[in-house]
Design a binder for this molecule. Structure first.
Ligand SMILES: [Fe+2]
Ligand SMILES: [Fe+2]
Length: 314
C-alpha cells in the first residue's frame, strides 16, 4: 500500500475526516485517526510542538483528501467565528502544497488550476483581513522550503501593493497566480547552479548570470502553450526578473505596472532571504542604492509606504 504525505496545516481542527490519517513514526505508518473522526485543537497543537510536519494518507484516498481540503477552505475563509490564525494556516498550507506540486510537475493542468485557486484564496484573505499579510509574509522557512516560502511571500506582498494601486480584481488575481509559481523554472537549472537562488544578482559572474537568467523564460515556456493558462499570467512570469534599466534576462526597459510590481517584490524578497543578518529596513536601503533606476520612483515610494503601513519594516 502506498502512502502520500500532506501538510498538517491542511487538516483543520475539529473537522470530520473523510479518510484515515496516519503519521510516520520510526519509519512505520501508524494510524492517528479514523475516517469519520476529527482531530481536536489540543492534539494538533501537541503534534506541531513535536515538530510533526506531515500526515499521511493511503494513495486511494487522495481524491477524498482533495475534496476535504476544498470544502474546508470554502467553509473557513469567510466564517467570522473562526480565528484568523486558523484561516491563515489553512490557506497558507494549501498554497504551499500547490506551489510544491507545481514545482515538481509544472506542466500538469490540475497543479496549475490548484495553484490558481490557492493564490486567489491568499489574495482574498489578505484583502478581507488587514492583519493577514503580516502573519503570512516573512515566516522563517526550513532550507528545503525556501523557494516555496519566497513564492508565498511574493504572492502576498505583490497583490497587496497592486490592490492599493487599485488594479482590477482580474489583474490582482493574475498577479497572485503568477507570483505563486513564478520560479518553477529554477528546477531546470543544472544541479551545480541550484545555489544561485541564494546569491545576490550583483555577485554573479557572467556564467552564473547566464545560467540564472534562463529560469524566467523556462518558467513561462512551460506554461505558454497551455490552453488553460492565461496569457497575462504567462507574461508576468516571463518578465519577473526584468528591471527598467534593461539588464534583466529579456532586456526589457518598459514594463507594465503589474510586471514592475512583481519584479520589485521578487527582488526585495530574494534580498531579504539572502541577507538573513540584515533587518528589513537595512535591506530596503541597500536595495535603493544598488538598484537605483531599476524601478520607477513612484512605485518604489508606494512600496515603502506599504511595507511601513503593514508593519513589515520599522
Ligand atoms: Fe526568479
Ligand atoms: Fe523569485
Amino acid at each position: 500500500m502506498g502512502y502520500l504525505p500532506l501538510r498538517i496545516s491542511t487538516v483543520p481542527p475539529d473537522r470530520q475526516l473523510t479518510f484515515d490519517l496516519y503519521i510516520n513514526f520510526k519509519e512505520q505508518y501508524l494510524k492517528l485517526a479514523d475516517s469519520g473522526s476529527a482531530i481536536d485543537h489540543e492534539k494538533l497543537e501537541k503534534l506541531k510542538s513535536q515538530n510533526v510536519a506531515r500526515f499521511y494518507i493511503v494513495e486511494e484516498d487522495s481524491m477524498a483528501y482533495q475534496k476535504f481540503v476544498d470544502d474546508a477552505v470554502n467553509d473557513t475563509i469567510d466564517d467570522p467565528n473562526i480565528p484568523l490564525d486558523e484561516k491563515v494556516e489553512l490557506v497558507e498550507g494549501v498554497a504551499e502544497t500547490a506551489a510544491e506540486e507545481m514545482q515538481k510537475n509544472p506542466e500538469n493542468q490540475t497543479n496549475f488550476i490548484r495553484s490558481q485557486k490557492a493564490a486567489n484564496n491568499l489574495v482574498h484573505i489578505i484583502q478581507e483581513n488587514p492583519a493577514a499579510l503580516k502573519k503570512i509574509y516573512g515566516k522563517k522557512a526550513a532550507k528545503s522550503e525556501e523557494i516555496i516560502q519566497h513564492s508565498l511571500n511574493v504572492c502576498a506582498l505583490a497583490t497587496k501593493l497592486a490592490t492599493l494601486l487599485q488594479h482590477s480584481k482580474q489583474d490582482v488575481d493574475d498577479l497572485g497566480t503568477a507570483a505563486l509559481i513564478h520560479d518553477v523554472g529554477l528546477n531546470k537549472l543544472a544541479k551545480k547552479d541550484h545555489g544561485l537562488f541564494k546569491k545576490l544578482k550583483n555577485e554573479f559572474n557572467s556564467d552564473e548570470k547566464r545560467a540564472y537568467n534562463l529560469h524566467a523564460n523556462d518558467s513561462a515556456d512551460m506554461l505558454a502553450e497551455k490552453p488553460y493558462v492565461n496569457h497575462n499570467v504567462c507574461e508576468l512570469i516571463r518578465n519577473h526578473e526584468e528591471n527598467l534599466k534593461g539588464t534583466g534576462p529579456n532586456k526589457k526597459k518598459k514594463l507594465t505596472q503589474l510586471e514592475e510590481i512583481l519584479a520589485l517584490v521578487n527582488a526585495y524578497d530574494k534580498r531579504l532571504l539572502n541577507t538573513a543578518d540584515a533587518t528589513p529596513s537595512e535591506v530596503l536601503k541597500r536595495m535603493q542604492i544598488d538598484e537605483m533606476g531599476s524601478y520607477s520612483l513612484n512605485l518604489m515610494n508606494k512600496f515603502m509606504e506599504v511595507l511601513k503601513s503593514e508593519g513589515l519594516v520599522e
